[in-house]
Design a protein around this ligand. Structure first.
Ligand code: SF4
Length: 121
């Protein structure tokens, strides 16, 4: 099978022409550096994404705090991870890098705060 994909490893966004069979990469062209080939291989064999979202915040200046996964997560798990993230409520104060949900779904990946809120007092 063939498909086109945009490499998202850097802002240049090279258009890759990818040929694959199941989860096996047969050929890839269009990349401008080795990261593009690696991106195509991962997209075919085990696609992953960093999750960005928000969680509810109690006692903060804002009602939510932004979060992200501290490593990429299998694309197939993203929907279930979002369900877990949606269950979380944290209490102010929150600092950037605070773990708001450790080891989400047993992946070994933590969900961490990417904004801070010192609280409304
Ligand atoms: S192939 Fe290399 S240069 Fe092109 S978007 Fe990917 S990382 Fe950037």
């Amino acid at each position: 099978m063939k498909k086109q994909m945009i490499c998202i490893s850097c802002p240049i966004g090279c258009m890759l022409d990818v040929e694959y069979e199941g989860k096996e990469l047969i050929s890839v062209t269009g990349y401008s550096c080795p990261r593009g080939k690696t991106y195509a291989e991962t997209e075919i064999s085990n696609p992953q994404r960093v999750i960005t979202s928000t969680v509810k915040l109690e006692g903060g200046k804002h009602p939510v705090v932004s979060v992200k996964s501290n490593a990429p997560i299998d694309k197939a798990l993203i929907f279930d991870c979002m369900k877990e993230i949606n269950k979380v409520t944290v209490k102010a104060p929150v600092k950037i890098g605070d773990v708001v949900l450790p080891n989400v779904l047993g992946t070994g990946v933590d969900i961490v705060a990417t904004s801070e809120d010192s609280g409304n007092e």
